[in-house]
Write a protein that binds this ligand. Structure first.
Ligand SMILES: CC(C)(COP(=O)(O)OP(=O)(O)OC[C@H]1O[C@@H](n2cnc3c(N)ncnc32)[C@H](O)[C@@H]1OP(=O)(O)O)[C@@H](O)C(=O)NCCC(=O)NCCS
Length: 194
């Protein structure tokens, strides 16, 4: 993938997915504050200043830089009903640890505002991100891990064709405990030549 990737904006029936600039820090922080209880128990350990405007400003600047360098793509989910510059953040889908060469793979993570669950929004968003990963980004494999008891996450992945490949013991430190994770992956659709 070339350096200086263009800004990403994916559009689905109900959603926009965008790499947000640092001046959107207040909107991202509001999303995380409203979902502290919802996302905390499934999220990797967070830095002490995670719930601050300063942290999010610098994190969003880093996101843009990571995308420019082809290292990670962190997209925020916004409703199409509001303008991009004002729409509240409804969730996120991230592709991190992008590996090129003979792997062409990445790790996917996602989260949705608790009050917006149950409408198929995450399935819609993840489908668009997978299409983008296998299309313009040219990746071959998307890996996604979840806690064994995270049935909602498992359902999203299953709906989109991810296959369970195993169980990784004590994979992620979450709220001071090393937690096992179910490993799943989706492969790029086969082309006639592939
Ligand atoms: C995981 C998470 C994103 C799943 O959210 P979700 O709302 O269940 O997923 P979707 O937005 O795809 O919605 C699916 C639900 O909407 C329903 N639905 C309605 N319209 C739908 C449509 N057009 N397409 C698909 N599902 C639809 C489905 O039947 C399903 O309902 P159910 O929960 O009663 O079975 C959410 O629970 C979350 O943010 N959890 C915390 C963070 C997390 O666990 N992240 C993953 C870490 S690995």
């Amino acid at each position: 993938m070339p350096l200086d990737n263009p800004p990403v904006l994916l559009t689905t029936r109900r959603l926009n997915l965008a790499v947000l600039p640092p001046d959107a820090a207040a909107r991202v922080l509001a999303y995380h504050e409203a979902n502290r209880e919802h996302l905390g128990p499934v999220s990797p350990a967070r830095p002490d200043n995670f719930f601050t405007h300063t942290w999010w400003r610098s994190r969003l600047a880093q996101d843009a830089e990571d995308w420019r360098r082809g290292l990670a793509l962190r997209l925020f989910i916004l409703s199409r009903e509001a303008p991009l510059t004002a729409a509240p953040v409804l969730g996120s889908v991230s592709l991190t640890d992008i590996r090129r060469g003979p792997l062409q793979s990445c790790e996917m993570g996602f989260g949705l505002d608790h009050a917006h669950q149950g409408q198929g929004l995450m399935t819609e968003a993840v489908r668009a991100v997978c299409d983008y990963a296998f299309g313009p980004m040219g990746l071959h494999r998307i890996q996604a891990n979840h806690l064994p008891e995270n049935h909602r996450s498992a359902a999203v992945l299953h709906r989109l064709g991810f296959t369970v490949e195993g169980l990784a013991r004590e994979l992620v430190l979450i709220q001071d405990r090393w937690r096992d994770h179910v490993l799943t992956a989706l492969l790029a659709p086969r082309t006639p030549a592939g």
